[in-house]
Design a protein around this ligand. Structure first.
Ligand code: MV4
Length: 499
């Protein structure tokens, strides 16, 4: 087993990996940019190395500085977390060349799944259902038009070299296809450096189901159940849960068996996630394989009791899987709400600032994954994720009730967050009966934002009157004093809510 691991990441996922290492008696090496000098992951690591200025491309993506830190610290392995270098096969290769073990799927497994049309061909050849569409990048408009008329509109144009939604474009008719292909190709080129795109039939309504997989280097593959991730806004996940309320045991078995088969034909190793689309008629289609640990992994950990990060470390050390499929017996239900520094009442635009006060939930069935602390700057350099609230209940209803309690307890002053959206969802009938699909946010929250926008003129008038009366000045001075003593401030806010 490794004695020292470098975590090539920041924020909540760096803290998460450090915690797993600490419990395993593995010493940890952190890396940080100049903007993260006081960051939680730097304080939690046993030692830490400055790798560059704030921009990610000069720090957390600076492979030379990261490998130098690994060498200097004597780290034997590197965990990439998610994002940044986590799905760059070249980084996995460079780790191995530097004599370091990469804690994640091999570069070969990453490459096999990175080019999405090759992945689709691999799955199709294995008899795994894929969404009707092209299994090669399209060479130009005539081919796109032929493919689109073959599968039928609406179609979705996707990046052959990237997943997760970047560059995706839904096209409703042939008239819009030419512009869409051109725009998608240029977006993809700027995002992934090459402009290859492919076409699929746009499946709607649909639900986004993904299956957590673990595989060792001895041909053993197991699944840890599924997660439903349909609550997304512009392909950014907001709420995930396990099990999916859309699956019965029969459908669950079919989807998870298919996911295990996908990992086998991909010669997969370590942790990964097979993504599927589920149509209302019960048909499901392989979308892509995510060759990394995912943000939402705690939802699976809560219902299975498996520590997925520890499993990754054991697997990277060359061990056989410690679990057989029959050992995995998911219990209860878990939900994750992602707290982003974004304003849900203003198109989820980023909200930057400094965390002036923070109070986090706890108690039965509540887990928080975060790196937020008092005085932490929220900048545009990095992803806006502040915290993940995850709750477990013996039933989905109890998990929802716990999430409502956790959200109420979660108090943060300094930036706007997505908390109001989550509080809305936990009260919303459609979400609470589990009858939502990938259009949920657009359907329910678009309307919500609309109502708030109608109130803007009224709010402006009220603010003017208050300012005019001069009360605003005195009030903000008093508020400033209370913010400096957060406990009193939070008490007052709760009082306001009750009145
Ligand atoms: C799709 C789809 C419908 N039809 N592909 C989004 C991110 C990426 N992992 C795959 N995604 C989708 N691919 C086909 N052929 C629906 C999604 C999708 C989605 C699309 C729009 C808005 C929200 C979404 C949430 C989850 C999945």
């Amino acid at each position: 087993m490794f004695s020292k691991v470098l975590i090539a990441n920041r924020g909540e996922i760096a803290v998460r990996v450090i915690r797993a290492c600490r419990e395993m008696g593995i010493r940890t090496v952190g890396i940080y940019s100049e903007a993260d000098r006081n960051a939680m992951h730097v304080r939690f690591a046993d030692e830490a190395f400055l790798v560059g200025p704030p921009p990610a491309r000069d720090s957390y993506l600076n492979v030379d500085r990261i490998l130098k830190a690994a060498k200097q610290s004597g780290a034997e392995a590197i965990h990439p977390g998610y994002g940044f270098l986590a799905e760059k096969p070249s980084f996995a290769d460079e780790c191995e060349t530097a004599g370091l073990t990469y804690i994640g799927p091999s570069a070969a497994a990453q490459r096999a799944m990175a080019e999405k049309t090759a992945a689709r061909r691999t799955m199709q050849d294995a008899g795994i259902p894929i969404v009707p569409g092209t299994t090669e990048p399209i060479a130009g408009f005539p081919e796109a038009a032929e493919a689109a008329s073959r599968v039928g509109y609406p179609v979705i144009i996707k990046a052959a070299g990237g997943g997760g939604g970047k560059g995706m474009r839904i096209v409703g008719s042939e008239e819009a296809l030419a512009d869409a292909v051109r725009l998608a190709a240029s977006e993809v080129a700027s995002a992934f450096g090459e402009s290859a795109v492919y076409i699929e039939r746009y499946v709607e309504p649909a639900r986004h189901i993904e299956v957590q997989l673990l595989a060792d280097n001895f041909g053993n593959v197991i699944h840890l159940g599924e997660r439903e991730c349909s609550v997304q806004r512009r392909y950014q996940k907001l709420i995930e849960e396990s099990p999916s309320p859309a699956l019965d045991d029969e459908l669950r078995r079919r989807i998870t068996d298919t996911a295990v088969k996908a990992a086998q034909v991909a010669n997969y190793d370590n942790a990964g996630t097979a993504e599927f689309l589920l149509a209302p008629d019960g048909k499901f289609y392989f979308l892509e394989m995510n060759t990394r640990l995912q943000v939402e992994h705690p939802v699976t950990e809560f219902v299975t009791g498996v520590d997925i990060v520890k499993a990754q470390i054991h697997l990277a050390a060359g061990e056989k899987l410690r679990f057989k499929q029959e050992d995995i017996r998911p219990k209860g239900a878990a939900i994750e709400c992602r707290i982003y520094a974004e304003d849900p009442y203003n198109m989820f635009l980023p909200s930057i600032g400094v965390i002036r006060a923070i109070q986090e939930p706890s108690g039965p069935g509540v887990r928080i994954e975060t790196a937020a602390h008092h005085g932490m700057p929220i900048t545009v350099f990095y992803d806006a994720l502040i915290a993940k609230l995850i709750t477990w209940g013996s039933t989905r209803r109890e998990a929802i009730n716990r999430m409502k309690r956790a959200l109420r307890e979660y108090q943060l002053v300094g930036v706007k967050t997505t908390k109001p959206f989550h509080q809305f969802a936990m009260e919303d009938e459609t979400f609470c009966v589990g009858a939502y699909d990938t259009k949920y946010v657009q359907k329910v929250w678009g309307a919500q934002t609309k109502e708030v926008e109608d109130l803007f003129p009224v709010a402006a008038l009220a603010a003017t009157l208050v300012a005019h009366a001069g009360r605003a000045t005195r009030h903000s001075a008093a508020l400033q004093r209370e913010i400096d003593s957060p406990w009193k401030y939070f008490g007052r806010r709760e009082m306001m809510r009750r009145t």
